[in-house]
Design a protein around this ligand. Sequence first.
Ligand SMILES: NC(=O)c1ccc[n+]([C@@H]2O[C@H](COP(=O)([O-])OP(=O)(O)OC[C@H]3O[C@@H](n4cnc5c(N)ncnc54)[C@H](OP(=O)(O)O)[C@@H]3O)[C@@H](O)[C@H]2O)c1
Length: 333
Amino acid sequence: MFASSYTQYGSPDVLERIELPTPTPKPNDILVQIVATTVSAGDWRARSLTMPKGLGLVGRLVFGITEPRKQILGTEFSGVVVEKGANVTSFEIGDAVIGFPGASFGAHAEFITMPANGKVVRKPDNLSFEDAAAIPFGATTAYDFLVNKTKLQQGQTVLINGASGAVGSACVQIAKHIGAHVTGVCSGKNVALVKEIGADNVINYRGQSVISPTDTYDVVVDTVGTLSWAQAQHGIKVGGKMVLIAGKTSDMIFGGIKAKLAGKTMIGGVASEAPDILAAVVQLAAQGSYRPVIDRVFTFDDMQAAHAHVDTGRKRGNVLITVAQPSNIEFVA
Ligand SMILES: NC(=O)c1ccc[n+]([C@@H]2O[C@H](COP(=O)([O-])OP(=O)(O)OC[C@H]3O[C@@H](n4cnc5c(N)ncnc54)[C@H](OP(=O)(O)O)[C@@H]3O)[C@@H](O)[C@H]2O)c1
């Protein structure tokens, strides 16, 4: 099979197309031929070892001390089951699926094996393979932070910084689905998009201040890392919450204490990759309550260019990679 691999950290130039043996599924695994995948912020961090200031060592501990531990990136995919292990009863060969290897990576390849009872679900018929591949990374992060960790409620007001990114655009839509009143923050070129996906108000951070003492929210979510606690606290109601999906290192470490002293709560950490969250967001997409925003679509051979676009930090939603045409997939019985 073909795959995109890297053996040293760096710019997109470190990526190369290689050939590897196609993996054989273990008794509890399925083998999936990938139709589409994405280049996510997770791929960008792992490839470039870009971490919040002061957390470089943490990055190396997570991704590999001297060189990358996982040499094939790719956090999410859609595809078709082409082979299954002897114990697998929950999937059939030919099933269209959505998978979320997440921090295990491995989706920038022609094939991937996944535990059948893991982070993989059937693709609803009303979702294209392209949309399906772009669901897991952004939407599971948004769902876990807003629904599970923050317990965002109907009628609450929420400010979402970075509302046009993969995570931010999912936050806007999931917050609207919950029934919150959403203010999204983005640059001018993305104002129309952020309105279109449901935001009630949009702040253009280039022309307006994001936080003003006159507009306070129940919840302030930062998906970019540009809102410090020192700033954001003035926009949070007493009893309200700041959600740090991306943030400054000092706020990650001391924000909880500072927030508590101000009668507020800081929620941070890492999003759960639990399979039930993937199932929940795919269901939201199937019922039309969530639609991943697709920015550009690249071919597999344009992997370096796709990474370079993600490296700008300005992508709109998700950057897609097409890997195979579903009509060309032969099922291995
Ligand atoms: N804690 C966790 O478990 C977890 C999980 C997943 C992701 N993350 C982190 O979440 C972050 C976001 O991920 P992502 O996939 O959403 O990234 P992304 O798609 O690359 O974000 C790009 C978006 O950020 C916006 N942006 C850039 N600078 C901005 C600014 N100063 N103010 C407001 N918006 C700005 C851009 O909009 P404009 O072009 O309009 O500026 C662009 O649309 C990453 O740092 C990622 O590592 C954390």
